[in-house]
Design a protein around this ligand. Structure first.
Ligand code: HSE
Length: 425
């Protein structure tokens, strides 16, 4: 295919070269075969391991990437492998050859966002990745398109299905962490390296992509304050149950009063009044707040073969009408910067109080010592969390309180002064 050729001439058929035939690749194959109206067909599938038993005939497969990338009749590359480095090489070559690309590889996209954006501009070809963020939930295109004329104030949500599934099973069935993780793996929700899920990395990669489409900010995943759910201990779950909270891993991006953007991924205690409270199992959700529309709440399956394949399918379908992300906010509103100049109200629990850096806390509102466990509620400046990692070590868990972001300096001063007067700090 010659570069820049539109795909959607009415007679054109989408001829797909598929990379990967794992959970999602297989799901896409099945879904495409039950959607003949799309007039798309998979010409060849590139796989890593030719020995693995497959559910379709061997003639569909090759291990030679160039057989797909150099095939002029293939006008769409769908990349569904989980090796982010190999995915990057495939996507880059495909874009350079003027092929349209659909990918679900959030790690690869987040890490190479700027370069992939430049490649799309240079080669004037489409690169779509709805499946990379929240699987079946149509959020990338919504953030890109719908909120163009509205001023987004914040996005906040659950953007990793595996951790939400694990937390739900722990809370509802009192399963052990390992048992719940193993179930998430069996159900095809977890990454092949589940550390990416439970360590919060996957959610950070997705937040990085969402920031570009919601606020026009390109931020590498390493710039965010984040943690996962590995350190949440059973006393934390007990406390959540006592207070009728549920624990969720929540991604946040919020415009601060100083015009900058706070962005972080941390576990949070959520109350029954919070829309995220009801989001269970592998479901994802996102709440947008904007000046004129006020609040919107999106919810959908955030992991699994068919939910992810459905988003890939939607991107393939969008290619029929030559849809491309325009990155309007990046090109027209590129003055928003990330900032850690805000405070967070946190619950911190530990098996050893010497692990807590008390000097990093602005003030402490509650402190409880139990036999083998201590916990406190306090306020910390986000810059101090960004600068230190004591709160991520084994035996320490940090969970945001409900309504955790504090910007109001007066409130802070008054609270701190009253606690000083009371001799508490
Ligand atoms: N491992 C990811 C998750 C898959 O659990 O959300 C979908 O991106």
């Amino acid at each position: 295919m010659s570069p820049n050729k539109p795909i959607n001439e009415s007679t054109d058929k989408l001829t797909i070269g598929l990379f990967g035939f794992g959970v999602v690749g297989k799901g896409l194959y099945d879904v495409l075969h039950s959607t003949p109206t799309l007039r798309s067909s998979i010409k060849k599938i590139c796989i890593k391991n030719p020995e693995k038993k497959r559910s379709i005939a061997a003639e569909h497969f090759t291990t030679d990437a160039s057989a797909l990338l150099n095939d002029e009749s293939i006008n769409v590359i769908v990349e569904l492998i989980d090796d982010a480095d190999a995915a990057y090489r495939i996507v880059k070559t495909a874009l350079q050859k003027g092929k349209a690309v659909v990918s679900a590889n959030k790690k690869m996209i987040a890490e190479h966002f700027e370069e992939l954006l430049a490649l799309q501009q240079r080669h004037k070809t489409a690169f779509l990745y709805e499946a990379a963020c929240c699987a079946s939930m149509p959020i990338v295109r919504n953030l890109e398109e719908y909120y163009d004329n509205d001023l987004l104030k914040s996005i906040r949500g659950i953007i990793n299905g595996s951790t939400n599934y694990i937390l739900t099973r722990i809370q509802e069935d009192q399963l052990e962490f390992k048992e719940a993780l193993s179930l998430a793996q069996q159900l095809g929700f977890a990454e092949s390296n589940p550390k990416l899920d439970i360590g919060g990395f996957d959610a950070v990669n997705k937040l990085s992509i969402l920031l570009a489409h919601s606020f026009g900010v390109i931020a590498k995943p390493g710039t965010f304050i984040f943690s996962g759910i590995e350190n949440i201990a059973s006393p934390d779950s007990v406390r959540a149950r006592e207070k009728q909270y549920s624990i969720k891993l929540v991604a946040n991006a919020k415009k601060l009063n100083n015009g900058k953007l706070a962005a972080f991924v941390l576990p949070q205690f959520v109350t029954a009044k919070d829309e995220l409270y009801q989001v269970e199992n592998e479901f994802n959700a996102l709440i947008t707040e904007s000046t004129f529309a006020d609040r919107h709440f999106f919810k959908g399956k955030g992991a699994g073969a068919f939910p992810t394949a459905s988003a890939v399918l939607s991107d393939i379908s969008a290619l029929r009408y030559n849809y491309k992300y325009e990155y309007k906010k990046i090109f027209h509103q590129r003055d928003t910067a990330l900032s850690n100049d805000f405070y967070l109200k946190v619950f911190i629990s530990t098996d050893d109080i010497t692990k807590i850096s008390k000097a990093d806390l602005e003030w402490i509102e509650e402190w409880h010592n139990e036999i083998s466990h201590s916990w406190l509620i306090g306020v910390v400046h986000a810059e101090k969390l960004a600068a230190g990692d004591w709160w991520k070590q084994d035996g320490v868990s940090l969970i945001l309180c409900p309504d955790p972001v504090i910007e109001d300096i007066e409130y802070r001063k008054i609270s701190k002064r009253s606690l000083e007067l009371a001799g508490v700090v």
